[in-house]
Design a protein around this ligand. Structure first.
Ligand SMILES: [Zn+2]
Ligand SMILES: [Zn+2]
Length: 165
């Protein structure tokens, strides 16, 4: 996702209105690694600008996704929005729902059976398990020290999910 100033220009170039509410959303989304749902983004925005409506949040997310600035992720539960449009995969905590970006090397080396003539042009991997903070539940120090980029050290057999073109 481009920075708020660039998005403002891009929106105007498309004839879309850029209101202070939208600029707030650009700012909240830029560099956001939490993969917020529309409701979560609304809560963040509402804390700074109580007049903002959920409708504005949805419309802005829809416009940004249509412009390729955001990916939307359907991983069960509410749709999550991802300003990181570089190729990457995810690790989702089954306890708290936290979603982290992960990068998978050598994706082409997966041993896959059952394609039966299907020609894949992409794959999405979602690792499930516990995030660092949840793994450290009961150990406050570990939970407090949990970082955004904690490595996933243990996981059960990952389930590759074919991505429709
Ligand atoms: Zn968690
Ligand atoms: Zn992501």
């Amino acid at each position: 996702m481009r920075n708020p100033a660039e998005l403002t220009s891009a929106f105007r170039a498309r004839g879309l209105k850029v209101t202070p509410q939208r600029q707030l959303l650009f700012r909240l989304l830029h560099g956001n690694t939490a993969h917020p749902s529309a409701d979560a983004l609304y809560a963040l925005a509402h804390a700074e600008m109580p007049g903002i409506s959920l409708r504005t949040v949805y419309q802005t997310l829809t416009d940004l996704a249509a412009m390729g600035e955001l990916d939307s992720l359907s991983l069960g539960g509410a749709t999550r929005f991802d300003p990181n449009t570089d190729p990457h995969h995810h690790a989702q905590c089954s306890r708290c729902g936290a979603l982290h970006d992960v990068y998978v090397e050598q994706l082409g080396c997966l041993e896959v059976r059952g394609l039966d003539g299907f020609t894949p042009n992409g794959a999405t991997i979602v690792f499930s398990g516990l995030c660092a903070a949840c793994t450290g539940l009961g150990a406050p120090r570990a939970a407090a020290a949990a970082s955004e980029h904690a490595p996933v050290e243990q996981f059960s057999t990952p389930t590759p999910k074919e991505q429709s073109p």
